[in-house]
Each structure stands twice: as structure tokens, then as C-alpha cells.
Ligand binder design. Structure first.
Ligand code: KIV
Ligand code: ZN
Length: 388
């Protein structure tokens, strides 16, 4: 049975770029947009055109540049925003306007001083107006994570009727539990009239570290688009990480879901975005962190040297990492030392290895990590006769 394709909507250049201190200039945005297109993302959210003349220019230039992906611009449910977004997107081969409004009681009361019926009216007006410019209109129900399902379904039904092609259900505050977010998608799938005309989209924030789990719960329950960023960057604790959701679907065939992403470009793309934004990737970050394929305890190293699959569920080559690394520390065993010594040119017999290992432990207790150059000093200090 062929797998269902989940659309990957990358918002590195919009939600991701909202990270404090990580502003990108236009040149950098164009390079990233081109790479995202090459990576195989389906939709690139290029920016929020009304927010500044610079953002307008970037969205316009990205729209001209991108060959394959749909290019999307964000708006509020405000006519002027929609007009400006349509203007910025006019050169896109496949343009999408992403418009919406807050739907939780908290947003309706504190942001809009309004009521539910008036919010539905504004949502319909925004989608209908956007439809006069482009065919592809995505609607976001901001703070859908804290919006009650019945009202959310009413909003969704109204905007689908007005022509929305995608329904974005953001967990704006990163509040939901995976079961809750998944149940929300299921509820909408089962209760919104006309839902077959639109794609449900997951847009999750990571305030409780659940953005990836929530997005996966969303697609298991019928969503077919995930909004995410490279390295999971984004405001506060960030957005769903693109590399994580892509690899979860790829490593779990039983989900019967896949994406069009060329996963071998993931590591390099992560480095590129990290460098351009000046935003370090945490070493233990799943898939693309420096330690994602590094093994340091003796038991694990011994297993990986015998067979990679003992402690690795992903072939590093599949995400563009040349090979796993065996890190030498005081917790490493003889197998790891022999392996690394061989890589730098020492083929040690069992007796030689025992001697070198003794010396190695003395070094390793003083130093956090033993590097290739240290191995030469250790072999030297252990005085083994390498000719014997
Ligand atoms: O998190 C959110 O609700 C958003 C919307 C503007 C789509 O980023
Ligand atoms: Zn967001």
C-alpha cells in the first residue's frame, strides 16, 4: 500500500525568524529559501509582508526565486494585510495566503474585546477576501490548542465554506498534550462539514517540549500537513523541528506516512541555518545535534563497533552524517580504544592493547575527551614495542 504524503510547511523564515537576536538579511533568506526548495519542502512560509518593507521585499524575492515549493505569506484577518501579501506573492509560481485570527476565549476577550460570532464573521471575511487574489488560502485559528473543540469546529466549517484550502490548528502556546491534540484533529475530521475539501495542518510550539509529539499525534489522527522549522527554532521554546518529524515518519513504516524531504540534506541544512542565524544547535538535539550519532560509554561503543544497529535506529548517512563517532572518555572500553587507535594508524595486538589501555585511563581521568593527537602521546607513553 502506498504511503500517504504529509505536506511539510517550513516556517523557518517566518515563525523561526521571530527568535530574538536572529534576524536574517535578505541575502541570507534567499539562500535558505533555495535550500528549503532543494530539500523538498512543499510550502515555504517566506514572511509576514505587511510587517516591514524589508519583509515585503524578502517575500517578493523568494516568490520570484523558488522553483518547486508553494510560497506563502502570513497576514492577520485584516484587508490591508491581505492586499499587501497578495502583492508580495504575485510572482510566485504557487502562491498561498495564510490568514487567520485568535479563536480561544482568552484571545477573543483580551486581544479583540470581541465575541465568538463576530470572530467567525471576521474569519469568513478574511478568507473570502484572500480568495479574490489567490486560489490557495490557508486559515489559522490562533490558540486553537486552548479553543474548545465545538467552537473550533464551527470556525473551521465557516472558513471551509468560504474557500479555505488548508485549516491550520496551532497550539500557539505549546500547551496541549499529544492525546489532546490528536483528539482535536480527530474531532475536526469527524465533525466539520466539508472537511474533505481542506487539509488539516499541525502547527505546534515547544513550550512543554511536546511540539514534535503533538505534530505526530496530529497526523496519526488525520492531519496531512505539519508546520515546522529547521532545528525547531522559533519564539520562546521554538516550533516543531522539521528533521524530527520527517525522520519519525521515515523510521516508522507502520504509520504509513512519508514526506517528500531528501533526508540526506538534513544535517547540512541544519548547519547552514544555525550558522546564518548565529543560533547554536544543542549537542544532544535529535537527528542533527553533534552528539546524535556519538557513542561514549564502553558498553554502547562495544555494541556499535560489532554492529551499528545495536545502539543506532537511524543510519547516519540517511541524514547526511558521514559516520557515527566513537568518543573516547574514561568510560570507554578496550574495543573503542582499539577502534580509534586503528583509525589513526596503530593496529594493536591484545597484549599491546592492555598496556596502552592502562595508560589511556590515566590520560582519560585527567582530560574530558581523548582526541586523535592524544592517542599518539598515549601509545608513546605506554612504551609498547609496535614492531613486536
Ligand atoms: O503559533 C501560531 O499561532 C502562529 C500563527 C500566526 C500561525 O504562528
Ligand atoms: Zn507559531
Amino acid at each position: 500500500m502506498s504511503k500517504d504524503i504529509v505536506q511539510i510547511f517550513d516556517t523557518t523564515l517566518r515563525d523561526g525568524e521571530q527568535v530574538p537576536g536572529c534576524k536574517l538579511d535578505m541575502e541570507q533568506k534567499l539562500v535558505i529559501a533555495e535550500r528549503l526548495d532543494e530539500l523538498g519542502v512543499n510550502i515555504i512560509e517566506a514572511g509576514f509582508p505587511i510587517s516591514s518593507p524589508g519583509d515585503f521585499k524578502s517575500v517578493e524575492s523568494i516568490a520570484k526565486l523558488v522553483k518547486n515549493a508553494t510560497v506563502c505569506g502570513l497576514t492577520r484577518a485584516v484587508k490591508k494585510d491581505i492586499e499587501v501579501a497578495a502583492e508580495a506573492l504575485k510572482y510566485a509560481k504557487k502562491p498561498r495566503i495564510h490568514t487567520g485570527i485568535g479563536t480561544s476565549d482568552s484571545h477573543i476577550k483580551h486581544k479583540f474585546n470581541s465575541n465568538r460570532d463576530a470572530i467567525i464573521e471576521r474569519a469568513i471575511e478574511a478568507v473570502s477576501y484572500a480568495k479574490t487574489f489567490v486560489e490557495d488560502v490557508e486559515f489559522y485559528a490562533e490558540d486553537a490548542g486552548r479553543t474548545d473543540n465545538e467552537f473550533l469546529a464551527r470556525v473551521c466549517e465557516a472558513v471551509v465554506k468560504a474557500g479555505a484550502t488548508v485549516l491550520n490548528i496551532p497550539d500557539t502556546t505549546g500547551y496541549c498534550l499529544p492525546e489532546e491534540y490528536g483528539a482535536k484533529m480527530k474531532y475536526l475530521k469527524e465533525n466539520v462539514k466539508g472537511i474533505d475539501k481542506a487539509i488539516l495542518s499541525c502547527h505546534c510550539h515547544n513550550d512543554l517540549g511536546l511540539a514534535t509529539a503533538n505534530s505526530i499525534a496530529g497526523v496519526i489522527n488525520g492531519a496531512r500537513q505539519i508546520e515546522c522549522t529547521i532545528n525547531g527554532i522559533g519564539e520562546r521554546a521554538g516550533n516543531t523541528s522539521l528533521e524530527e518529524v520527517v525522520m519519525i515518519m521515515r523510521q516508522h513504516p507502520s504509520l504509513n506516512l512519508d514526506t517528500t524531504i531528501n533526508s540526506q540534506l538534513l544535517f547540512d541544512t541544519s548547519k547552514m541555518v544555525s550558522n546564518k542565524m548565529g543560533m547554536v544547535v544543542q549537542p544532544n538535539k535529535a537527528i542533527v545535534g553533534a552528539n546524535a550519532f556519538a557513542h561514549s560509554s564502553g558498553i554502547h561503543q562495544d555494541g556499535v563497533i560489532k554492529n551499528r544497529e545495536t545502539y543506532e535506529i537511524i543510519d547516519p548517512a540517511d541524514v547526511g552524517v558521514t559516520e557515527s563517532s566513537i568518543v573516547l572518555t574514561a568510560r570507554s572500553g578496550r574495543a573503542a580504544l582499539a577502534y580509534r587507535a586503528k583509525l589513526v594508524g596503530y593496529e594493536l595486538t591484545k597484549i599491546q592493547l592492555d598496556k596502552v589501555y592502562e595508560e589511556f585511563l590515566k590520560f582519560a581521568d585527567r582530560k574530558k575527551e581523548i582526541l586523535d593527537e592524544d592517542i599518539h602521546d598515549i601509545v608513546e607513553a605506554s612504551k609498547v614495542n609496535l614492531q613486536s
